[in-house]
Design a binder for this molecule. Structure first.
Ligand SMILES: [Zn+2]
Length: 198
């Protein structure tokens, strides 16, 4: 009766594709190792695990349908250059969470500072894990997953912080990240030089 509940926390692994390491410089690998261990700790925090447990119960998603959550060390990019935050293999119950690139983090840090980057990285990974867990139930329904993920992420951040402006800031940061990223890429390429306000 006192058996420990199956916990998501025990199914989390930091995982690296050894064969891809050669594509990255030593410094970049070092950066990604630090990034992944930070994200790993952020996802394993008891307050967040407790929240996930509650969310899964509310959605009637059995915790045992999750086999493993891989916190990937190296980033994955789509053909169009846009980064992937996570994915879910629903048949195997395998979730993967990916980091932002060194390049993105460097520009982000220049603009907003290191602390904001850490807040961003942790919350981006949390939002990604919430999103991918919901895919276990709403397999192909991207729209529903996005809407639910947004409101669940809001519930989690609201619980943690009493400063609504802070929450709003994080919320905006996560869910406008795609457009922010697009802007960054454009700025880097100099395409948007005419569009960026001085
Ligand atoms: Zn999705």
């Amino acid at each position: 009766m006192l058996e420990e509940k199956p916990s998501l926390s025990n199914k989390m692994r930091i995982s690296v594709d050894q064969e891809k390491l050669g594509n990255f410089s030593r410094n970049h690998v070092k950066f990604y190792l630090k990034y992944s261990s930070f994200v790993f700790r952020a996802l394993k925090k008891p307050s967040f695990q407790k929240f996930l447990h509650w969310m899964l119960k509310k959605e009637r998603i059995e915790e045992h349908t999750v086999n493993v959550v891989h916190v990937k060390v190296l980033p994955l990019r789509r053909e169009n250059g846009k980064g992937i935050a996570g994915n879910c293999d629903t048949t195997r119950g395998r979730i993967r969470i990916y980091p932002k690139t060194v390049k993105f983090c460097r520009i982000f840090t220049q603009k907003f500072g290191r602390n904001t980057l850490l807040v961003y990285a942790g919350n981006r990974a949390r939002a990604a894990l919430i999103h991918e867990l919901l895919h276990l139930k709403y397999t192909e329904d991207e729209k529903t997953v996005r809407e639910l993920a947004k409101s669940y992420f809001c519930i989690f951040t609201r619980k943690r912080s009493s400063q609504s402006s802070h929450v709003l800031c994080i919320y905006t940061m996560i869910f406008t990240a795609e457009s922010v990223e697009r802007k960054f890429i454009q700025e880097e390429n100099g395409i948007a030089s005419g569009l960026v306000k001085p």
